[in-house]
Ligand binder design. Sequence first.
Ligand code: ARG
Length: 275
Amino acid sequence: MTFKRQFLQSVAALSVGLFLSACGKAPPASVAAEPAASAPAAPAPTPAAKVITVGTDPTYAPFEFQNEKGEIVGFDIDVLSAAAHKAGLEVKFVSTPWEGAFTALAQGDRDVLVSAVTITDERKQTMDFSDPYFEASQLIAVPAKSAVTKLDDLKKKKIGVQTGTTGEEVVVKLQGKTSTNIKRFESTPLALAELAAGGVDAVVADNGVVIHYLANNPTAGFKSISDAGFAPEFYGVAVKKGNAELLAQINKGLADIKADGSYQKIHDNYFKSTK
Ligand code: ARG
């Protein structure tokens, strides 16, 4: 009898706890501690998981692009989804043009950016970055017949870049800010289309994107060239400056997916032939 009452009481306490957490309110610590300790690791976030709005410029295969159904997919999307899931966050990806993305983050229109964003000291002034989740570098795309073998050969050539990217920075450093030979495009595929059309002599962009483009557009007749001077770059998830709580959750999620092998699985899925 006493046992039964106690049992019923703890069931009641348990369901109150579950109900409260389902509502997104923290249950009293005494109630929360018990089910957490005895239950096996819950794979799914609670239905009331916080939804974060994620901005991404999905013109950047294989990192972020739109599939035939118009859904936003890619390596970055899988990485952030998995990391957020570990942190109990739900993600909503919103197509966000690269040029307005940093402003959208600063204004709070997006909670997070995942868009193959290279962590740079300059950007760190206006936003905070997660731990790096991918290493990249610049790569040059030129027509197969081009005599170009290194970045310096592009000093006087017309070069296509995506506006506001690290590719643009590299080219500005080479030719100077006011060079009329730098052709800026709102996306990297547009720059590559201009290369195919003969409007520029080369495109400088992130290696993963150039390699993916070459592999998927063999008829374009491009080759890629690396330059010893290209510095390693690291992609990070960006949050609004000062949003330490969200940043900590994302870093924890990233660490978790690295530790349990799911990051590696996602990586292998997109970059089978590379490291
Ligand atoms: N990694 C480069 C940068 O941060 C290019 C990123 C462009 N990303 C994109 N989704 N369009 O500047």
